[in-house]
Structure formats: structure tokens, C-alpha cells
Design a protein around this ligand. Structure first.
Ligand code: ATP
Length: 327
């Protein structure tokens, strides 16, 4: 496709914030789309640290071989406190100018986009790609990594469910999601959890957990899965209280960081590839300050400032469905 405005000769990319399966597929798409359009690519390591310290590698089609299938991020990811300072951003912008970077693709979450926005104020065109297992980015209905993380948790909980059924136990399972319950709710709905607790909804022990278990037992149910999003906190205490109050043996499982890894699902590979491709085409068209979004089944974009004002509510309908069909 034809470049519009200033000729784009060299772009850069980085992954920042928490990792998510599918980041590598996005990297691959960015690199290959750039190469297809005759554009050189630099990959900065460890998020904004690489940009400040000039820690990068030159990338070509071969450097991203088979990257669609790999979890994690080949560019590493990290937080960078120095980039939160004016001096840090200025140093990164100076490096971009010195290296002749005409645009930067930043793959990560809201914090990563905030950093990108700061950098754009120094004249570096930036495009953000949303990647986080929490799916908690307001501007995009989907974020890279969510589907893989959900399937990892579902796989673990299905296995737990088998043994809970055999021993007639209750399983309290903590899934990731410090500030948002999208992942927990999606997983709870998929696994037929009796109870799903999310940070967005305060819960009452008696009404929302113990009564559900009691009613389930009256209906002949002999095992239960209780999903607790990380941000709710206190999963061990909840498990202890359930055992005390119901007399049913209760076990606690914290799935933890396995949810962040693993080979991405088809959905994450395809989404990451489409978003990576869109990001590079946007830079070629002269975009300077956008986030790539998935909205109403389309890949599109929004200005970073507007994107950062948006908040994603928990899907109340899904939450109600999960409650109504739990027992
Ligand atoms: P996750 O969803 O996994 O938390 P994130 O991108 O939101 O991902 P953050 O730790 O919030 O993760 O941000 C990543 C990095 O972006 C920070 O370590 C910092 O380098 C940069 N950053 C965040 N906020 C700002 C800001 N206001 N100004 C400059 N840089 C920022």
C-alpha cells in the first residue's frame, strides 16, 4: 500500500506491562507487515527500558519464525519507572530521533498506552495494541491473551471438577483479575461454577455462597465449584468459612501464573495478527496517536486520549445468566 504523508522507512515495537499469550503473534504480524511494505523494524527489549537504554535488535521475517505458536514475548516485558518521568520520556524520544524511528508500536495495557501518549508529545508517532489476559481495556471489546488465559483456567477447573465430584467436595478456585472480573465470570460460566465472585460485585457470604450450596445439596448436587477473582481477595478464608458452615470438605486452588503462559488459542493468534497488521498500516497512513481496538466485530482504532477515558463495565447480562443457571 502507498505511504501517505511522511515516508515511513523504519518503525520500532515493544511489549510492556504484564505479558499475555499472543504478544508474539502480534510481534510477528508487525514485523512481517512492515517487511512486506519495505519498512525496517527494530524490536526494543523489556518495554520502555529498551527505548531508554537503546537495547534493541533489528528484526526481519526470519526473526519471527513460528512466533504465532509461542506464549510469552520474545522481546521480554517489564515495567519502567524511569519512563514515568519527563527526563525518561525525553531520553527515549531522543533515541527514537537518533535511530530514525518514524513510528512505534506499543503492545500492552492502559499503562503502556499512557506511556505511548507521553512519547507522542515529543513527536514520535505511536500505535497501541491491547494485550492483557484481563480483557479490562475500555476501548476494545477484546484484548489479546484473554481467550488463552480463559481456556487455561477452564482446563484446570474441569480437572478439579472431576476429582471434586469423586470425593463430593467443594473447590474454591482463585483465577487472575486484580481489578476486573471479566476473566473470572467467563471462566465461571464456562465451567458451570455454582458461585462466581468478582471485584465489581460485593458479595454476602450467607446469601451468595452458603445458601447456594445448601440449595444445591437439597437438589441432589454433591460437589461445587466456587470461582473467586484475585481482586476479591481472601479465597482461603472463603474456603475455610464454607467448610465450617456447610460441613463439606473444601479445597482451595490458586491457578496463578500458568494463566499467563501457553501457546495462544486460534482466537488470540488471529486477533493478534489482525491487530499487528492494522497497527503497521495505520502508521503507513500517517496515524500518530492511536490504539487499535476490536469493536462490534471489527478491527478499528481510537485516539489514545479518548481510548484512555473509556471504562469497561462487567457484562451484567452474562453475570445474571451465570447466577440463574448455577444450580
Ligand atoms: P497490565 O494490564 O499488565 O498492567 P499495563 O500496560 O497497564 O499492563 P503498567 O505497569 O500500568 O502496565 O504500565 C506499563 C509501563 O508503561 C510502566 O511500567 C511505565 O513504564 C509506562 N507507563 C505507565 N503509565 C505511564 C505514564 N503515566 N507516563 C509514562 N509512562 C507510563
Amino acid at each position: 500500500m502507498a505511504n501517505e504523508g511522511k515516508k515511513i522507512r523504519r518503525i520500532a515495537l515493544l511489549t510492556s506491562g504484564g505479558d499475555a499469550p499472543g504478544m508474539n503473534a502480534a510481534i510477528r504480524a508487525v514485523v512481517r507487515t512492515a517487511v512486506f511494505n519495505g519498512v525496517k523494524v527494530l524490536g526494543f527489549r523489556r518495554g520502555y527500558n529498551g527505548l531508554i537504554n537503546n537495547d534493541f535488535l533489528e528484526m526481519d521475517s526470519r526473526s519471527v519464525n513460528r512466533m504465532s505458536a509461542r506464549g510469552g514475548t520474545m522481546l521480554y516485558t517489564a515495567r519502567c519507572e524511569e519512563f514515568r518521568t519527563e527526563a525518561g520520556v525525553k531520553r527515549a524520544a531522543d533515541n527514537c530521533r537518533y535511530l530514525g524511528i518514524d513510528g512505534l508500536v506499543c503492545i500492552g495495557g492502559d499503562g503502556t498506552f499512557r506511556g505511548a501518549l507521553e512519547l507522542s508529545h515529543y513527536g514520535v508517532p505511536v500505535v497501541g495494541i491491547p494485550a492483557t489476559i484481563d480483557n479490562d481495556i475500555g476501548c476494545s471489546h477484546y484484548t489479546i491473551g484473554f481467550d488463552t488465559a480463559a481456556n487455561t483456567a477452564i482446563d484446570a477447573i474441569d480437572k478439579l471438577s472431576d476429582t471434586m465430584q469423586s470425593h463430593e467436595r467443594i473447590s474454591v478456585v482463585e483465577v487472575m483479575g486484580r481489578h476486573a472480573g471479566h476473566l473470572a465470570m467467563y471462566v465461571g460460566l464456562s465451567c458451570g461454577a455454582a458461585v462466581t465472585l468478582v471485584p465489581e460485585e460485593p458479595f454476602d457470604m450467607e446469601r451468595d455462597i452458603l445458601d447456594v450450596v445448601r440449595e444445591g445439596r437439597i437438589n441432589g448436587r454433591n460437589h461445587f465449584i466456587v470461582i473467586v477473582a484475585e481482586g476479591v481477595g481472601g479465597a482461603p478464608e472463603i474456603a475455610h468459612a464454607i467448610q465450617e458452615q456447610t460441613g463439606m470438605e473444601t479445597r482451595i486452588t490458586i491457578i496463578g501464573h500458568v494463566q499467563r503462559g501457553g501457546s495462544p488459542t486460534a482466537r488470540d493468534r488471529v486477533m493478534a495478527t489482525r491487530m499487528g497488521h492494522f497497527a503497521v498500516e495505520s502508521l503507513l497512513k500517517g496515524e500518530k496517536q492511536i490504539v487499535v481496538c476490536y469493536r462490534d466485530s471489527h478491527i478499528c482504532s481510537l485516539g489514545i486520549e479518548e481510548a484512555l477515558t473509556m471504562h469497561k463495565e462487567l457484562d451484567r447480562y452474562m453475570y445474571r445468566v451465570a447466577k440463574e443457571i448455577s444450580i
